[in-house]
Write a protein that binds this ligand. Structure first.
Ligand SMILES: Cc1cc2nc3c(=O)[nH]c(=O)nc-3n(C[C@H](O)[C@H](O)[C@H](O)COP(=O)(O)OP(=O)(O)OC[C@H]3O[C@@H](n4cnc5c(N)ncnc54)[C@H](O)[C@@H]3O)c2cc1C
Length: 420
């Protein structure tokens, strides 16, 4: 028997919305439309690191994921090496994840990844210049979606993938006003994407002999550099403790400020060079890292939130996009198994039940990891021998997941919610 169509609106066309579209497009009975407020689908920022686990979630969504990542110019990182960037141990290796093949990831330019994720989606499902104004539940169970241009449409379900500052979270969490807004996590970061040869000349050839993600822990800050765009470019980033957090998330970045931040790094292997590389761009800025510290639910009846709208987190464990992919994987599994719109409520409750505890644990772990990586752990400080055991196991719970079992757990929950 053919399943009746279930109409779904996805609000927001970032990595979460695009991966969701990939998850839903595989089910002929799910008629979804993706709405993006901007005039084109675009991603600000540099590279995004995708662990094997994140790549695995994407492959569960779309078996062509390896091809998508290849077309996006992803560079496989043969290892991820953490080093000390300042102080008496500067230049020492803390750990090198080359020994653990489960943990090898890749780095991909955000805009290229978004382009390739959207490529397989039929054009008639993708809508730009469509800024959500409001949603209103109807007595029929449907949800009316109204856009700022005055157009409106009725859907059986709405998924908010509208990012950390989107409005869908406020709708889902209107009974929890304290949980609606993000808050500063205590760090800021800045980045630049620089031609490969220029970075190699500035930092030293020895750091580019192998495709490797380098992370440098130092006094109050952390530096990262890794190749992307088929090794033609290198992402360079500095993250640091925010000593003076303010409400303005984006601030101009000056040489004076960067030099003050990295003042104890100047005798180390990369302190001076990284400042020049970061400032080698017009109009450099730094961004404070914000997060959702607590989220009582991801779902309200036939509406739910996904991606950063649900669990914006600091980037210290490189897990935000991977978590968006896991949201898409679970929502695709649940909605793919729903035969009528009546089951959406149970599907979204099941989604909330399995996704929220895991994502929230990563939000918290990521913030704590940032403190350790910037030398703030009272015991470990910047001693590589002490840092190694403290840091190395922090990714285990993120990577140690069986997605087949996870999807099954979600389906079992959905059936439970349907019967109660
Ligand atoms: C500095 C930094 C580094 C990071 N590094 C990594 C990393 O290495 N690995 C990793 O896995 N993750 C990383 N992340 C996290 C990752 O980038 C995010 O989790 C992910 O990009 C979030 O995607 P999203 O689609 O949920 O949100 P967004 O990218 O914010 O997309 C939301 C979209 O919704 C649209 N929108 C908003 N409001 C409306 C509206 N009213 N109507 C219609 N559309 C609307 C917006 O225009 C936007 O296109 C990093 C994050 C940061 C800040």
């Amino acid at each position: 028997m053919t399943k009746p169509k279930i109409r779904i609106a996805i609000i927001g066309g970032g990595l979460a919305g695009a991966s969701l579209a990939n998850a839903l497009v595989r089910h002929a009975h799910l008629e979804f439309h993706l709405y993006e407020s901007a005039s084109e689908f675009s991603e600000r920022g540099a590279g995004v690191s995708l662990s094997k686990t994140a790549q695995g979630a994407l492959e569960h969504i779309n078996p062509a994921a390896p091809e998508i990542l290849r077309k996006a110019g992803a560079v496989a990182q043969k290892s991820s090496r953490n080093m000390i960037g300042s102080g008496p141990h500067a230049g020492a290796v803390v750990f090198d994840l080359i020994a653990d093949p489960k943990r090898l990831g890749l780095t991909v330019h955000r805009a290229s990844l978004l382009r390739e994720l959207l490529a397989p989606i039929p054009q008639e499902r993708l809508h730009t210049n469509k800024k959500l104004d409001r949603i209103t539940p109807k007595s029929s169970g449907c949800v009316e979606v109204v856009f700022q241009d005055g157009e409106s449409a009725l859907f059986d379900a709405v998924i908010g993938a509208d990012g950390i500052f989107g409005s869908m979270r406020k709708y889902v969490l209107e009974d929890f006003p304290d949980a609606c807004d993000p808050s500063p996590a205590g760090f800021w970061d800045c980045r630049n994407v620089v031609p490969f040869e220029k970075v190699k000349a500035a930092l030293g050839e020895q750091f580019f002999e192998t495709d490797r993600q380098y992370g440098w822990s130092g006094d109050g800050a952390f530096v990262i550099h890794d190749a992307l765009e088929d090794r033609t470019m290198v992402q360079c980033a500095v993250s640091a403790i925010d000593r003076d957090p303010c409400d303005d998330r984006k601030q101009p970045l000056t040489r004076e400020f960067l030099e003050e931040t990295l003042k104890n790094w100047m005798d180390g292997p990369i302190g001076k060079a990284i400042i020049d590389l970061i400032l080698d761009q017009p109009d450099a800025h730094r961004y404070s890292q914000w997060e959702f510290r607590s989220t009582p639910t991801y779902a309200k009846s036939r509406v739910c939130i996904a991606g950063d709208a649900a669990h914006a987190m600091t980037p210290w464990q490189g897990a935000g996009a991977g978590q968006a992919f896991e949201d898409a994987m679970i929502l695709g599994t649940l909605l793919g198994n729903a035969t009528t719109a009546v089951q959406i409520d149970a599907a979204f409750r099941a989604y909330d039940a399995v996704r929220r505890p895991r994502a929230q644990r990563i939000v918290d772990s990521s913030r704590e990891t940032g403190l350790i990586m910037t030398g703030q752990d009272a015991e470990a400080g910047l001693d590589p021998e002490k840092l190694r055991p403290v840091l190395k196991s922090r990714w285990d719970f993120i990577y140690g997941i069986d997605f087949v079992a996870y999807k099954e757990e979600a389906l079992v929950k959905m059936r439970e919610f349907e019967t109660c």
